[in-house]
Design a protein around this ligand. Structure first.
Ligand code: CA
Length: 326
């Protein structure tokens, strides 16, 4: 492992797009551990899928932990419509030989970040584990140097008009994390919608001819085969640590997580007031237009990803899949 690779712990709910993110992270980052959470599907599948990914990528040395299955309050919401009941579309995987670590994911997060200074946290699912860890060990707020979060949206949601799935599943957890004071980079749907993988990409993956690329093609078929939008949200997120030029523009703004709204529960309410454009075609200007420093305005707490280089992303992904056969 090259010494200069960014060190990360990944909290995820695989999930097809989580699998793509894991393929990228395992190849390009120094992954210290994978924690799983209930989200796209139940924990019994997300933890199994994560263990499978370490075997597929031949990195069974990376420890995998199971965290919480259920959100802090309310009933779990799943995304079988997008990821299938097992989280991997129609793809059946063998039972992995790789075992779970005998420690709860939340206890791992606490112990790990209390004893390591230079490791960042990537979250690709509901923020339940991270919030529970912060509640159990509040000193984590000063110990986690940064969270790179796939969640929320600077514009419209997906699970509801206002809310993106990861935040919608556990808004209280997201609120705790977003208000923790830990620096946050947020990759929301406003960014990931700039990526759209399709059946041409599936064919290109099939042509590579190694087990990781074959698996990538198989799980991408589930989404791309329906002819819908296939953004691979989690993969779009992790590239910020792998090839930062893919995220061409980001803005520091204040983000609040809505937990109570009649229609907006789970919304990441971004304060764009300083950026409102004068061109009605352009909903949010990408340069500051105004300074609305009036009463009630809060300090920016989140770096929100704005512009995505889809061509550069596609090249990185394909090169990475190819490299697994080398
Ligand atoms: Ca995910």
């Amino acid at each position: 492992m090259e010494e200069n690779r960014t060190k990360v712990v990944i909290d995820c709910d695989p999930g097809t797009d989580d699998c793509f993110a894991l393929m990228l992270c395992i190849k390009h980052l120094d992954v210290k551990g994978i924690v799983t959470v209930g989200g796209n599907t139940g924990l019994e599948y997300t933890e199994k899928n994560a263990r499978f990914m370490t075997e597929l990528c031949e990195r069974t040395d990376i420890p995998v932990y199971a965290g919480y299955d259920q959100p802090m309050f309310g009933k779990a919401v799943r995304a079988a419509y997008a990821h299938g009941a097992t989280g991997l579309g129609d793809v059946i995987i063998p039972e992995p030989k790789k075992q779970l670590e005998p420690v709860h994911g939340v206890d791992f997060l606490i112990d790990f970040f209390m004893h390591n200074d230079d490791v960042k946290l990537i979250t690709l699912g509901p923020l339940t584990n991270v919030a529970q860890a912060i509640l159990k060990e509040p000193r984590l707020c000063k110990r986690i140097p940064e969270i790179l979060c796939m969640g929320g949206s600077g514009t419209a949601g997906n699970f509801s008009a206002a809310a993106e799935f990861n935040i919608y599943v556990d808004p209280e957890a997201a609120k705790i994390v977003f208000e923790s004071g830990i620096p946050i980079r947020m990759v929301g749907l406003n960014l990931t919608r700039q990526n759209n993988m399709n059946m041409k990409d599936v064919e290109a993956m099939k042509a590579i001819g190694n087990p990781v690329a074959d698996f990538a093609a198989a799980i991408l078929t589930h989404n791309a085969g329906k002819g819908g939008v296939c953004s691979l949200c989690d993969a779009c997120t992790v590239v910020w640590y792998i090839d930062p030029q893919i995220i061409r523009k980001s803005l520091m703004v204040h983000v609040d997580v809505e937990t109570k709204g009649e229609f907006t529960r789970g919304m990441t309410l971004c304060d764009w007031r300083d950026y409102m454009g004068t061109d009605p075609i352009c909903d949010i200007a990408h340069e500051k237009k105004y300074d609305t420093t009036f009463a009630g305005k809060k300090e920016p707490n989140v770096e929100v990803a704005m512009e995505f280089d889809a061509d550069r992303f596609r090249k990185l992904l394909m090169d990475t899949l190819r490299s697994y056969g080398a």
